[in-house]
Design a protein around this ligand. Structure first.
Ligand code: UDP
Length: 337
């Protein structure tokens, strides 16, 4: 696939050996995978995280890495960094519904004040900035699949409002810095993503179902399981995001896997893939749970020459393996400790 946008290699300042990237939320699920990719592509990475939802385990393998530096900090506070910065990747935020239900104010602050500080850093350093936004800006969508020009259907005062509105504000602020301060900005709208390093108890459907299935406990489907989601494997997502940063495109781009399924189908798939004896139980549907979600990735395909490659069965294999290790669970057929 030939991209229509201009994708360039990472830029290098005169005299610099490698580009410098700052990743906020570097100890999180996505931030840590992004950090790994950037280091593999020759960047120097400064990771920032306050460990509210991120975990040391996700970056422990980078201890002693010559091109990785870690700063424990809340990005809603002023970010002070010495030296040049070429790219700022703003990934810090609680991102699972139970996390932001528990941390509504921190979620609003990191999306607003944290985005402000990260944009301020990019402006000062003349770095390019990428905002990790979300499909949640579309809310419970009335347009299906969701295209980037859809404005969304969000309840500002519902349980998801703190996350959805923080990210919508973050997008608005990003556009304002682009228009007024001429900061080079990128906005990615991330759809449901899964893979190793998700927190086992973050409440999201992938860790919830896999850990329940591995323990042969009931798999909790909310509502009747008719709501749909489309799951993207983490390596596909990170590749798409890297391409977006290196492109010349500064309007929002959906990155996700368009393979849509119902939550009930997904529960059955997890039970099959883990070889579990779990049964399915139905629990009440949380308020404002989006009924359907599927990215339209026409824009990513044409501008970035990107589309997901990893099939669900393949992606689930490594994800299940990761959770097995986390739980200390035996291989298929055995009993769980
Ligand atoms: N879900 C479920 N059982 C669970 C956890 C989640 O049925 O134990 C459903 C949830 O109601 C939603 C979907 O799975 O419809 C995806 O939920 P998740 O928390 O992963 O994130 P969302 O896509 O809603 O932001």
């Amino acid at each position: 696939m030939k991209p229509t946008g201009k994708l360039k290699a990472a830029r290098l300042r005169p005299g610099a050996e490698r580009p410098t990237s700052v990743v906020t939320g570097a100890a999180g699920f996505l931030g840590s995978h992004l950090t790994d990719l950037l280091l593999a592509r020759g960047h120097r990475v400064i990771g920032i995280d306050n460990f509210v939802t991120g975990r040391v385990d996700n970056i422990a393998h980078l201890g002693g890495h010559p091109h990785f530096k870690f700063i424990q900090q809340d990005v809603t506070e002023f970010i002070f960094l010495d030296g040049p910065v070429d790219y700022v990747w703003h990934f810090a935020s609680p991102a699972s519904p139970i996390d932001y239900l528990e941390l509504p104010i921190q979620t609003l602050k990191v999306g607003s004040l944290g985005t402000h500080k990260a944009l301020g850093l990019a402006k000062l350093k003349q770095a390019r900035f990428l905002l990790a936004s979300t499909s949640e800006v579309y809310g419970d969508p009335e347009v299906h699949p969701q295209t980037e020009d859809y404005w969304g259907h969000v309840n500002p005062i519902g349980p998801r409002g703190c996350y959805d509105e923080a990210k919508r504000f973050a997008e608005a602020l990003t556009m304002a810095y682009r228009n007024e301060h001429k900061v080079q900005t990128r906005i990615v709208r991330i759809f449901n993503t899964y893979g190793p390093r998700m927190r086992i108890n973050d409440g999201r459907v992938v860790p919830a179902f896999i850990s329940q299935a591995l323990k042969n406990q009931p798999v909790t489907v909310f509502g009747r399981g008719r709501q749909t989601r489309s799951f993207c494997y983490v390596s596909d997502l990170i590749e798409g995001i890297y391409r977006l940063m290196m492109s010349d495109y500064d309007l929002p781009v959906n990155i996700g896997n368009p393979a849509e399924m119902t939550v009930l189908q997904f529960a059955r798939e997890i039970i099959r893939a883990t070889g579990s004896r779990s049964r399915i139980v139905f629990k009440p549907l949380p308020q404002d749970d989006p009924k359907q979600r599927q990215p339209d990735i026409t824009r990513a395909r044409s501008i970035l020459g990107w589309e997901p490659k990893v099939q669900l069965t393949e992606g689930l294999r490594s994800t299940i393996e990761y959770f097995r290790e986390q739980l200390g669970a035996p291989r298929r057929g055995g009993r769980v400790r």
